[in-house]
Design a protein around this ligand. Structure first.
Ligand code: URP
Ligand code: ZN
Ligand code: ZN
Ligand code: ZN
Length: 509
């Protein structure tokens, strides 16, 4: 596994031979040579010297791709009276089995609590357990001058460049439009990405009261109280607020055709907005809420809900293929059957969340590539590269090139596997993709140059992954955010003495 150059000094050296190296823009047959966690050479017939201690992986007839980046997970998340079942150990182990080499989780403070303390808490949970690299988004669940200051410290000293704002979970995490406006303005100022959970929390509260009063208490009530327009309205509102603050927007867990159309239209108007469908919304649907078995139906409860229209996954995949949607994640937040049973008599009490971190890559390969909607390069873009670009990790992550981190998946596009809770590596007793047969299987996963998973076996210990800092102002995003070239009314205001820094946050006319 490693080559000793002097007493107690090891260099990890790895040669991946004969595979097809696939980046988001190009594929070629090449060897990849890795030393000390970093790609050092990409080319044909590489023969690194000396041969001693060199680990060689044969990738003939396989694809060699950047490891997946899952931009949305909730490991060991204390939520809705429970704690999500996969912790940072089982969750990241499952990730690497599925070919994902980095997750971005969320530090979520209670209203009135410190964002920095939440960040430190989540980091203290993750550091001793992670089996792959990770980063943290931070949620803004209330507003004050202290929150504003803490956002600045998180960006400047803790490597955070994205903040999630909830438009739902009334009385828990939801903030109002004025607070969204303030939070988005601060994101723009700091060079961060504003993320939104886009659902109208007031309408959900009204809808659930009405359904419960009618005697509808089962999982189907979860979808019925928040139809598509509840998601689409919030998505449109977030885009409007982002535009008026000149802030880039990232809509997490896009679950419906209606919300996806809103994002598509905004992108066609040139707005800097990104949509993140998840493995669940691309791979299954909300008809499961009507399943006769309560535990089965409850296992699919998440917010926003999966949609009962069975053509939704196909629709979202088409938009992902043509770049109306940009990035895939999972929102992995698992609760087992007895945890879900907290809501046995009241769907509003079913802990929200589903699995996905292990199966995302296979589900997207099957439904996206094998189905003929996208090529292998687009697959890399939507599972890894675009995430790296948006969250300013690129080209360290999201690419196989000299100087990049050796986070790599060796992928067999022809092999198949059947997804099942009996065989998955997640801590949960249910898998929402149960029985799905997917082409596209992980042969080996390499994290920072180390083969951590191969042929079904793990070679990784808890805490081996690293926290990855993300600097502000990702060029991929912020080069599209207006600074100069102000429209005429703004120039007139500038002549009257308003500073450019202020004017640049005004909307374009
Ligand atoms: O149902 C979900 N999505 N659970 C996790 C929390 C969130 O809103 O992302
Ligand atoms: Zn959410
Ligand atoms: Zn989430
Ligand atoms: Zn349990």
């Amino acid at each position: 596994m490693s080559y000793r150059i002097s007493k107690n000094v090891f260099i990890q050296r790895l040669l991946i031979k004969g595979g097809k190296v696939v980046n988001d823009d190009f594929s070629m047959i090449a060897d990849v040579y890795v030393e000390d966690g970093v790609v050092r050479r990409v080319g044909t017939n590489l023969q690194p010297e000396p041969p001693e201690g060199l680990v060689v992986l044969d990738a003939t007839n396989k694809l060699v791709m950047p490891g997946g980046i899952d931009t949305h997970t909730h490991m060991q998340f204390p939520f809705m009276g429970s704690r999500s079942k996969d912790d940072f150990y089982t969750g990241t182990k499952a990730a690497i089995a599925g070919g994902t080499t980095m997750i971005i989780d969320f530090a979520i403070p209670q209203k009135g609590s410190s964002l920095i303390e939440a960040f430190d808490t989540w980091k203290s949970w993750a550091d001793p357990k992670v089996c792959c690299d990770y980063a943290l988004h931070v949620a803004v669940t209330w507003w004050s001058s202290k929150v504003k200051e803490e956002m600045k410290s998180l960006v400047q000293s803790k490597g955070v460049n994205s903040f999630k704002m909830f438009m739902a979970y009334k009385d828990l995490y939801m903030i109002n439009d004025e607070e969204l406006y303030e939070a988005f303005s601060q994101c723009k100022e700091l060079g961060a990405i504003a993320q939104v959970h886009a659902e109208n929390g007031e309408l959900i509260a009204q809808g659930s009261k009405k359904l419960l009063a009618m005697g509808i208490t089962g999982p189907e009530g979860h979808e019925l109280c928040r139809p598509e327009e509840v998601e689409a309205e919030a998505t449109q509102r977030a885009i409007t607020i982002a535009n008026l603050t000149n802030c880039p927007l990232f809509v997490v867990h896009v679950m419906s055709k209606s919300a996806a159309r809103v994002i598509t239209n905004a992108r066609r108007e040139g707005k800097v907005v990104y949509g993140e469908p998840i493995a669940a919304s691309l791979g299954t649907d909300g008809t499961n809420y009507w399943h006769e078995n309560w535990a089965h139906a409850a296992a699919y409860v998440m917010g926003p809900p999966l949609r009962p229209d069975p053509s939704t996954p196909d629709f979202l995949m088409n938009l992902l293929a043509n770049d109306d949607l940009s990035v895939t994640a999972t929102d992995n937040c698992t609760f087992d059957t007895c945890q879900k049973a907290l809501g046995k008599d009241d769907f509003t009490k079913i802990p929200n969340g589903v699995n996905g971190v292990e199966d995302r890559m296979s589900v997207i390969w099957e439904k996206g590539v094998y189905s003929g909607k996208m090529d292998e390069n687009r697959f890399v873009a939507v599972t890894s590269t675009n995430a790296a670009k948006i969250f300013n990790l690129y080209p360290k992550k999201g690419r196989i090139a000299v100087g990049s981190d050796a986070d790599i998946v060796i992928w067999d596009p022809k092999a198949t596997r059947k997804i099942s809770a009996q065989t998955h590596h997640q801590a949960n007793n249910f898998n929402i993709f149960e029985g799905m047969v997917c082409h596209g299987v992980t042969v080996a996963t390499i994290s920072r140059g180390k083969v951590v998973y191969e042929g079904g076996n793990f070679n990784v210990t808890a805490g081996e992954g690293k926290y990855v800092s993300r600097p502000p102002f990702p060029p991929y995003v912020y080069k599209r955010i207006r600074r100069m070239g102000l429209p005429v009314p703004c120039r007139l205001l500038h002549r009257r003495g308003l500073p450019l820094s202020l004017l640049s946050s005004l909307p374009l006319y």
